[in-house]
Each structure stands twice: as structure tokens, then as C-alpha cells.
Design a binder for this molecule. Sequence first.
Ligand code: NDP
Length: 263
Amino acid sequence: MKIFSIFGSPVSHSRSPLMHNSVFKALDIKACYSRTHLDDGERLRDVFIAKKLHGANVTVPHKEAAFRACDEIRGVAQNIGAVNTIVLEDKKLIGYNTDGDGFLRAISRWSDIKSVLILGAGGTAKALATILSSAGYGITILNRSSGNLEHFTSRGFSTFTHSDFAPAKYDLLINTTSAGLADDNLPMPIRLLEKQLELCSYGVDVIYGKETPFLKLLKERNIPHLDGSDMLLEQGVLASYLFLEQKYPLQDIDRTMRESFKL
Ligand code: NDP
């Protein structure tokens, strides 16, 4: 029996056990997936080994600690500096980041996007800016404060704070801030946001499981939109593919995991 888990704090709300266990069941794989509440990210490696895990996902706030915990980092996780998927391979912890590629799969239904405005400058914004720019999209970052913008300006991205930003044409507007997650805040001042929405063709809020005020505005204005559940599903499909040593077709994993979302 192979054992997998998700590390986070909080972690009790996570849908990952349901998603991954549904794949194991549908594909008749002897494995189970649980939750592990972890407050100190620096203990992640020891707990992974003590629990004899074959793989894990990592959520807020431990993705950067997971990056440090791994023996080897593969793919875009190297540029992002954060890991959301760990696979045990020859007794080594191999780190990946499937958040960015999961997001790309989620927005692949919209083929005419060239420019993207990302709201927020945290871990998710870093992952999305890295993957979207390497896929050829033009990226601009807007954050409420300047502290976290250095990471982006030093990599050549255009960056703004609310005080020096003027709305302009961007095909896709993405909220990666936690505004609206546990409150009713919008990710930017309402007057700026209303003008910006008139200049956008598509919108995504990476928060899932609730209708945020940002998502509500997208709906009211009939702007084609997604919430974070599509990204959650797609990052999970890619993580499962890695857990299962890339032996099962992505389409099969996608189909069964998608069904678990309807339960
Ligand atoms: P971080 O803590 O790394 O970054 C949070 C960002 O939000 C910062 O830029 C911060 O600005 C900004 N922010 C927080 N509150 C407000 C506010 N009231 N108004 C404007 N900006 C605000 O978080 P993460 O990037 O790790 O996660 C962000 C969100 O993405 C979370 O809600 C998380 O649940 C979601 N998420 C969803 C995933 C999915 O699969 N759907 C995957 C990963 C994350 P400042 O720099 O000024 O503090």
C-alpha cells in the first residue's frame, strides 16, 4: 500500500484526499491519501519520512519550505522557488510545482489571450507569472504594497502598486490575492477595478469554494470567468500523474478526478 498526504496549515478544508483517492479507486491502485496538519514547515522532510510517504502535496504556507526540503527540484519549480508536489524516487524527495501548469490547462479554453494583469505578488502570483511568461503571455503585476514587487521587477516584469496604476487593456485579469477568502474585500480599490473590468475580456479568481466579491463582479458584468476550482483540479491531475510514475494516461486521471468534484 502506497501512502500519500497533503501538508498544510490549515488543511482540514482540503479537497485533495477526495480527488486523489477517487483516482486510486477508479484505477484500482493500492494506495491511500490523507491530510497532515503541519505548523512548522521546517519539519516537513522529517514527517514525510516518518510517515513512510511515497508522495505528498503541499499547500499554504509551506510551499517554500517544501522547496528547501527536497533533494532535487525538477521543472518550473526551480524558477518559481516553491514546491507543491513531492514524489519519493530512489529514497530521494523530488520536488515539482504543478500549480502553474495546472493554471495553464485551466485557461487553455480561451485561445485569444495575449496580455495578463495579475493582482497580488505572493507565492501564487510568482508561480503564475513564471509559467505564463514562459508560455509567451505578456505579464503585468499589480499589488497593494511595494514590498513583494522586487521579485518581479528584478525578473523584468512591469509592476505597479494601487497608487501608481492606471487601468489599461489586458485580455485576462487574475486575482491571486487572498482578498475575499476570509472577508468581503476586493483585491483593489473599487473605482480602479470597475474601470479595469471594462478593459478585460476574461477573469479568474484563484480562490475556490466561495463566491468572492471579485468573482461576483465578473459574473455581474458577464465577463467569461473561472474560479480556483479549475486550477485546483488541474494541478491535482498533474500531481497524480507524477505520483503514479507517469504510467496512466492523463485523460483517465482527469476524467476520474473531475467526477470527484461532482460528489
Ligand atoms: P500569499 O500570502 O503568498 O500572497 C497574498 C497576496 O495577497 C499578497 O500579494 C498580498 O499583498 C495580497 N493581499 C492579501 N490581502 C489583500 C487585500 N485585502 N487586498 C489586496 N491584496 C491583498 O498567498 P498565496 O499566493 O499563497 O495564496 C493566495 C490565494 O490563492 C489564497 O486565497 C489561496 O487560497 C489561493 N490559491 C489557490 C490555489 C488553487 O489551486 N485554486 C492554489 C494556490 C493558492 P501584500 O504583498 O501587500 O501583503
